[in-house]
Design a binder for this molecule. Structure first.
Ligand SMILES: Cc1cc2nc3c(=O)[nH]c(=O)nc-3n(C[C@H](O)[C@H](O)[C@H](O)COP(=O)(O)OP(=O)(O)OC[C@H]3O[C@@H](n4cnc5c(N)ncnc54)[C@H](O)[C@@H]3O)c2cc1C
Length: 145
């Protein structure tokens, strides 16, 4: 998405949802419901304002077919992505080392939430700050020497 300043300086946030994303969201509704019933759920509710509780996969499938894919009816949110560039000692199993240095690309360092090996299972922001502060300080010292 984008953000831009309003005349009074307040930010305007815009995240246009394309047809491609709507299709992906609907596919995700189907898949999540199917997985949860397959895992033994008694009832499942979709993250959609108009969704009732469904009591079977067939029920859910028919219901999702008719859910309107529209802003403010589909609940859109995101948080806590981690692990896309996982750190580790073994280049076969990780992207960067414990200091965020890429195993294969010289002079490339990654200092963000992506280097957690996986989700840390808690709000990550302070840990991201700590990791970035530690690794950036070390990188700055290395570049100076
Ligand atoms: C809704 C929501 C609620 C959250 N609540 C909490 C909470 O309560 N507590 C908590 O601890 N954590 C919370 N988090 C998680 C936390 O915000 C993130 O884990 C953390 O911000 C990740 O830090 P990061 O530096 O890895 O990525 P980001 O903070 O996402 O930083 C990535 C930066 O890269 C920039 N960027 C992207 N592409 C480019 C490009 N091509 N060129 C230049 N810049 C680029 C982006 O603009 C952004 O500034 C929340 C996250 C969300 C989305």
């Amino acid at each position: 998405g984008t953000d831009s300043p309003r005349a009074d300086g307040c930010p305007i946030l815009d995240y246009p949802v394309s047809d491609y994303l709507w299709k992906g969201l609907k596919d995700a509704f189907y898949k999540m419901a199917e997985i949860q019933f397959a895992a033994g759920a008694q009832k499942v509710r979709i993250i959609h304002l108009d969704s009732p509780w469904y009591t079977s996969w067939a029920d859910a499938k028919a219901g999702i077919d008719n859910l309107a894919m529209e802003p403010h009816r589909v609940r859109l949110f995101t948080a806590h992505q981690m692990g896309g560039c996982g750190m580790g000692r073994n280049p076969e199993e990780s992207v960067v080392n414990g200091f965020g240095e890429h195993h294969h690309v010289a002079n490339l360092s990654v200092h963000d939430a992506s280097i957690f090996p996986t989700s840390i299972g808690a709000n990550p922001q302070l840990s991201v700050y700590a990791l970035a502060a530690r690794n950036s300080t070390r990188l700055a010292q290395k570049l100076r020497s």
